[in-house]
Ligand binder design. Structure first.
Ligand SMILES: Cc1cc2nc3c(=O)[nH]c(=O)nc-3n(C[C@H](O)[C@H](O)[C@H](O)COP(=O)(O)OP(=O)(O)OC[C@H]3O[C@@H](n4cnc5c(N)ncnc54)[C@H](O)[C@@H]3O)c2cc1C
Length: 326
């Protein structure tokens, strides 16, 4: 276990913003985590992964917990990975072992523990499609609990965990039901056209990585937290109103509601590529806000608020951040 007081969080957020945590604790196994928490009954606990969905708006006055638990094992098609495993490395490992199911989620930054909280999704697939169960530490009683997929109450970038006080549940491991004969999902975007010959999970993964590399900033090169906003859902009535003014509005019907890509609305408002202070709207994907190298959290907040305001004014739709503000 490593404990750092007054820790620099620059390495722990992909926006590459400077912020400090009063304490940073990196634990290697559950026993260390429990020992630490029993010895330090603290109110403000913040479990994080790679910080690829976080915006530190200032210093954090509590304790940041980082999992260094990295074991992966499987019993036939039931794969379990500990919270600190890099999600993309798990996907590669499962595919190379002949198991499909996670390939569409390739190249999304972050670790397994966070992925189960976020219900990450891409190219028509969400983490929940393969999750079987999640083991978590329930901190108030300091006991390990198992949540089934149903217990996790997954929704669009949403889960049961997101509705609890931060630090109440700390995800320890996630089990996925994968398959050696999985049905491939190729019906999203131009995924199909990127694949030559008979599709396999490996070919899907390679196609997804290629498309994402063209469209999204590499976190090793440009500071960002991926999609800054969620795609909004509107009623059919509201959608028809928007369509009467903007006949080309793209849309996806889902459970009686209409999803409109926030990226399209942001682009229509003229934000693509624009910069405010050190923060900018990424030129290849307007849903992504980037740090041009010198951004402060204030710059990013100001830009995001300005975008929300103009989308609201133009379309009457409130877009909400996907990024978690700390
Ligand atoms: C370039 C880029 C592209 C992206 N593309 C996508 C995409 O296509 N689809 C998508 O869904 N997301 C995408 N994201 C967002 C991000 O990668 C995901 O949300 C990812 O799951 C975050 O993982 P992380 O390890 O960085 O978690 P963090 O950002 O560190 O944490 C995310 C949340 O999980 C909580 N958390 C972390 N670990 C634990 C734990 N062990 N127990 C309990 N809670 C925990 C944190 O408190 C926080 O609320 C992208 C981000 C970037 C930078």
């Amino acid at each position: 276990m490593t404990i750092i007081e007054n820790a620099d969080l620059l390495k722990y957020n992909t926006f590459r913003l400077s912020a400090k945590a009063r304490r940073l604790v990196i634990y290697d196994n559950v026993e260390e985590l429990v020992d630490y928490l029993q010895g330090h009954r603290e109110e403000n606990l913040l479990p994080i992964g790679q910080g690829s969905n976080l915006l530190f708006t200032g210093d954090y006055s509590g304790t940041v917990l980082v999992s260094n638990m990295k074991n992966v094992w499987h019993d036939e098609d039931l794969w379990t990975a500990e919270s600190g495993v890099v999600m993309d490395e798990l996907i590669e490992q499962t595919i190379l072992a002949g198991y499909g199911g996670l390939e569409n989620l390739s190249h999304i930054p972050g670790v397994v523990g966070a992925a189960a909280v976020q219900n990450i999704g891409a190219y028509g697939v969400e983490l929940k499609d393969t999750v079987e169960k999640v083991d978590a530490l329930y901190v108030p009683e300091m006991k390990v609990v198992t949540l089934t997929k149903e217990d996790c109450r997954y929704g669009y970038r949403d889960s049961f965990f997101k509705h609890q006080k931060t630090g109440t549940f700390i995800v320890l491991s996630v089990s996925f039901r994968l398959s050696q004969h999985s049905e491939l999902r190729l019906d999203y975007g131009h995924l199909k056209t990127e694949i030559e010959g008979e599709p396999t999970p490996l070919k899907v993964r390679e196609a997804v990585v290629k498309i994402r590399r063209n469209k999204l900033p590499e976190v090793s090169e440009i500071g960002s937290a991926g999609s800054f906003f969620k795609n909004p859902f509107v009623s059919v009535e509201q959608f028809e109103k928007i369509r009467s003014q903007y006949p080309n509005v793209p849309s996806f019907e889902q459970s009686g509601m209409i999803k409109i890509p926030a990226a399209w609305m942001i682009e229509q408002c003229g934000w693509k590529g624009r910069q405010m202070g050190g923060a900018a709207v990424y030129e290849n994907q307007p849903l992504v806000l980037v740090n041009r190298g010198c951004a402060t959290s204030k710059d990013i907040l100001a830009l995001s608020e300005a975008i929300q305001k103009s989308v609201k004014e133009k379309f009457g739709v409130q877009i909400e951040p996907e990024v978690v503000f700390i």
